[in-house]
Design a protein. Structure first.
Length: 177
């Protein structure tokens, strides 16, 4: 039950799919022998992945707050399968009349593994200032941990990355284990 209370604000941001079945995007076959790597180092790949994830988080924030009713910004940063999940989460929140107020800053973004064409990282957000507001304007924010760490998988494209999965990994009083 505690996880359900935590997931409400997270789901409104469409960051959580732990309660939604996900399908991993099928990797696109590549000919590694003829293609040069897109990034020279793991650090470069992580920096590019973090840039995409930060933009994705901004787009989610805009949609969950009600400031933006379109999902085109999210569509451009995700795989088709992940976008379909995000659409369902957004539609559920929209129909309920709930929206969010406040920020959820990205506190840490750490590499978990690189398994071409995918990069997996841990993204930690601070939910301390986020409020969930119902259709009548009442704050319905449930009790929850301040920090949520997500395991995010990004799939490489010809020029960068797109989000293919973003699942809640754990919550707590800090980003560290």
């Amino acid at each position: 039950m505690r996880l359900l209370h935590l997931t409400l604000p997270i789901a409104l941001l469409a960051l959580l799919s732990a309660c939604v079945p996900t399908r991993a995007a099928a990797p696109t076959p590549t000919d590694a022998a003829t293609e040069a790597p897109l990034f020279a180092t793991d650090e470069e790949a992580l920096a590019a992945a973090e840039e995409v994830y930060r933009e994705y988080s901004l787009q989610l924030r805009s949609v969950s707050s009600g400031a933006d009713t379109g999902l085109d910004g999210i569509r451009a940063l995700t795989t088709a399968d992940w976008f379909e999940i995000q659409q369902r989460v957004y539609e559920e929140a929209r129909l309920s009349g709930r929206h969010t107020e406040g920020e959820t800053p990205l506190v840490a973004f750490r590499l978990q593994q690189i398994d071409p064409p995918n990069l997996t990282a841990y993204a930690c957000h601070d939910y301390g200032e986020l409020k969930v507001i119902d259709a009548s304007g009442i704050d319905i924010t449930p009790p929850r941990d301040r920090y949520a760490v997500f395991e995010v998988t990004l799939s490489q494209t010809p020029d960068s990355f797109v989000i293919s999965k973003n699942e809640l990994w754990r919550t707590g009083s800090s980003c560290s284990s």
